[in-house]
Structures are given as structure tokens and as C-alpha cells.
Design a protein around this ligand. Structure first.
Ligand code: NAD
Length: 353
């Protein structure tokens, strides 16, 4: 076993169908009395449900959350929180809405209660991202970590099935890279393997019956575990590649993760065979990367970058961008195999080490 240092992040989780009803208790437990509820315009109805449950602990609703947290939207929300004299934010939604809560907390240390409705995992991390002049800057600050997280699987039933499945694959990506993280540890590896197992078991059921609360619970449980891994250890090739591709070609976040994952894992597989065995075991396959590629095929999620509108002629540029910003990875990142990875991901071909 390799040496490790493990620092656990503080975390409080309330999990279960119907647990949204505890939101006023969670607000009271952190000593807050005036909660600002955050959401996107699309999730206004869920935010109103939260607002009704908060009763006299409600300061207001702000439905201005947007993808990638533009600085203007962060400033607007910060001003509103101050004007309303809010003493906590309740973010109900996916990574974009929780990201808006984090942007407020970064500025004012306002405590956040997160109610995640996707599988992205932001609620378990101290990582924030803000976009200014088209460039997304990310950073780490423990003040943005939610004080309490309510996971209510019933709230995820309204997430369209296609979005649910790519969001689940996005979550698996956090755990898969956590299994070979430079700063990994045995506790995170246990959590990662169980997170992958839960999502891989839940997603096929969810695909056929999106309102199956047991399957939704499995997936949200898996998302919690995968998000925990993302919050504790560093990521590598897969996440960096998705970040550069997403930013440079304006690609949808979860779909990009879904397509790249089997290929990035196949690239790294010769360097980290133990991690690959654990992924394979978690999904009940002989091989991790090809097993995940087969799972994607079974779920009917996107498997080719060309289907996201990337032109084949842009792959050389994508490769150059990915190589221009070096970072740690278990296998050295070289131009020729990376270009091959991108080609296969573009075509939707099977992954190859
Ligand atoms: P999202 O938050 O952008 O949500 C996508 C859309 O789905 C939104 O319109 C939202 O309102 C809607 N939606 C969400 N849940 C719904 C539900 N249950 N029913 C109906 N509609 C619903 O998507 P996401 O994938 O959760 O988050 C992606 C963003 O989060 C990216 O910007 C990513 O960078 C960020 N992220 C950050 C971290 C972190 O640690 N900071 C981690 C993961 C993701």
C-alpha cells in the first residue's frame, strides 16, 4: 500500500425520499433565520416548494442561476443577498445553481444549504468556478462548501432521462479518476468503487422507468459518493480534457464527460491496472474502459464528439490546447496517443489503450 495523507472535509447529509420537508430544520440547525432560495428559471416551481416549507425563515427567491456562473449573475445575487439581509442561501438545483451559492459564499462567507437535483456532485466540493470575459476561473475555498446537503431522490424524478444518464456518467468520471488520484487514499477508493457500483446499477433501471424512486435513490446515493471523491482528491487527464474541450468548443458539460470517459481511462489503463480492476468490478465487466463504453451504449447516451457538433478538422487544435497546459497524470501525456484518443472519441469508436 502506498503512503497517504487524508484530510476529511466537514459534511452533513440528510438523505431520503421526502427529506425536502426537513429544509426548515436544516436552516434552523445552522442558526439562520433568513434564507435566500436560489434556482434557475426552469426550477422556479421547486424553489417555491422550498420557500413554502421555509415559512417565516424565507428571505426571498432568486431564480437567476445560469450555466458556468457568469460574474454578472454572481454580483447580482450577492447584492440581492445583502439587500434582503439573508443569513444563508438554500440552493435547489444542479451544479450551476449550487455554483451560484458558492459565488455568494466566496464573497461573504454566507452559509449554503444545498439541495442537489442532478448527479454533478458540486455540493460535496470546496471548488468554485466563475466566468468572466468568457474565461472560467476555478478555485478552492472551504467557505464555499455547503454546511448541509439534503438529498431527496423525489426531486430528481423531473430531471429528463437523457440528462439524468449523462449526469450519472459525469459522476462516475469523478470516482473513476479518484481511484488513481495522485493524492488518493484507501478511504476515497472504497467510496469511489461503491459510487460507481450504485450508479451503474441504478441507471439502466432509471432509463426504463425515470420515476422509479428506488432507482433514483441508488443513483443519487452514487452521486453523493462520487461527489465526495471529487471534493477530496485531485483529478487528471479526463477532467482536464473535458475542461479544455468544453471551454474551447463550448460543449455541454455532462455529455462531454460521458463521451471522453472510456477513452481517457483506456489511455491511463496501462499505468494504473488496480484502478481499472476496481472500475471493472464495480460495473460487473471484464475491463473498466470497455465496460463503461458498453454501458454508455446500453444507456443510449452520446458516445461521439462529432454528434456534439465538433468538426474533425478541429481535433488537431483540440490536441494542441490539451497539451499546452501540463498537469499531473498517471501516464505521460504525449501528442500521438492523445490525438488517437480524440480521434476515437470523435468517431464514437471503442476505447483502446
Ligand atoms: P445544471 O445545474 O447546469 O442544470 C442543467 C439544467 O437542468 C438547468 O436548466 C437546471 O435547472 C435543470 N435541472 C436540474 N435539475 C433538474 C430537475 N431535477 N428537474 C428538472 N430540471 C432540472 O447542470 P449540472 O450538470 O448539474 O451542473 C453543471 C455545472 O456544474 C457545470 O458548470 C460544472 O462545471 C459545475 N460543476 C461544478 C462542480 C464543483 O465542484 N464546483 C462539480 C460538478 C459540476
Amino acid at each position: 500500500m502506498k503512503d497517504f495523507t487524508y484530510t476529511a472535509l466537514p459534511s452533513r447529509v440528510v438523505f431520503g425520499p421526502g427529506k425536502l420537508a426537513t429544509v426548515a430544520d436544516e436552516v434552523a440547525a445552522i442558526g439562520a433565520t433568513r434564507a435566500l432560495v436560489l434556482c434557475t428559471p426552469q426550477q422556479r416551481a421547486q424553489a417555491e416548494q422550498v420557500a413554502a416549507l421555509l415559512g417565516d425563515r424565507l428571505a426571498g427567491i432568486h431564480d437567476g442561476a445560469e450555466m458556468h456562473v457568469p460574474i454578472e449573475s454572481a454580483r447580482k445575487a450577492r447584492t440581492l443577498a445583502r439587500d434582503l439581509d439573508a443569513d444563508c442561501a438554500v440552493a435547489v438545483g444542479g451544479g450551476s445553481t449550487i455554483g451560484l451559492g458558492k459565488a455568494i459564499a466566496l464573497d461573504s462567507a454566507l452559509p449554503i444549504i444545498a439541495i442537489p437535483t442532478t448527479y454533478a456532485g458540486s455540493e460535496m466540493t470546496p471548488v468554485y468556478g466563475i466566468t468572466e470575459n468568457g474565461i472560467k476561473t476555478t478555485g478552492k475555498d472551504v467557505r464555499v462548501l455547503p454546511k448541509s446537503v439534503i438529498y431527496d431522490p423525489e426531486l430528481t424524478c423531473s430531471l429528463p432521462v437523457g440528462m439524468s444518464l449523462v449526469s450519472g456518467m459525469n459522476a462516475i468520471a469523478h470516482a473513476a479518476e479518484g481511484l488513481y488520484a495522485k493524492d488518493g487514499n484507501p478511504v476515497m477508493s472504497l467510496i469511489a468503487e461503491e459510487g460507481i457500483r450504485a450508479l451503474a446499477a441504478g441507471m439502466p433501471v432509471l432509463r426504463d422507468n425515470p420515476e422509479d424512486v428506488a432507482a433514483r435513490s441508488q443513483c443519487l446515493y452514487g452521486a453523493w459518493l462520487c461527489g465526495t471523491v471529487l471534493g477530496h482528491v485531485g483529478m487528471a487527464l479526463h477532467h482536464k480534457l473535458c475542461h479544455t474541450l468544453g471551454g474551447s468548443f463550448n460543449l455541454p458539460h455532462a455529455e462531454t464527460h460521458t463521451i471522453i470517459l472510456p477513452h481517457a481511462l483506456a489511455y491511463n489503463s496501462p499505468a494504473v491496472p488496480d484502478a481499472m480492476s476496481r472500475i471493472a468490478r464495480a460495473i460487473g465487466a471484464d475491463d473498466g474502459p470497455t465496460g463503461l463504453y458498453a454501458l454508455a451504449g446500453q444507456l443510449g447516451v452520446p458516445t461521439a464528439l462529432r454528434d456534439l457538433g465538433v468538426a474533425e478538422t478541429e481535433l488537431d487544435r483540440a490536441c494542441d490546447i490539451a497539451l499546452s497546459n501540463p498537469y499531473w497524470n498517471p501516464r505521460t501525456i504525449d501528442a500521438a496517443p492523445l490525438r488517437g484518443l480524440l480521434q476515437r472519441a470523435w468517431e464514437g469508436a471503442a476505447p483502446r489503450p
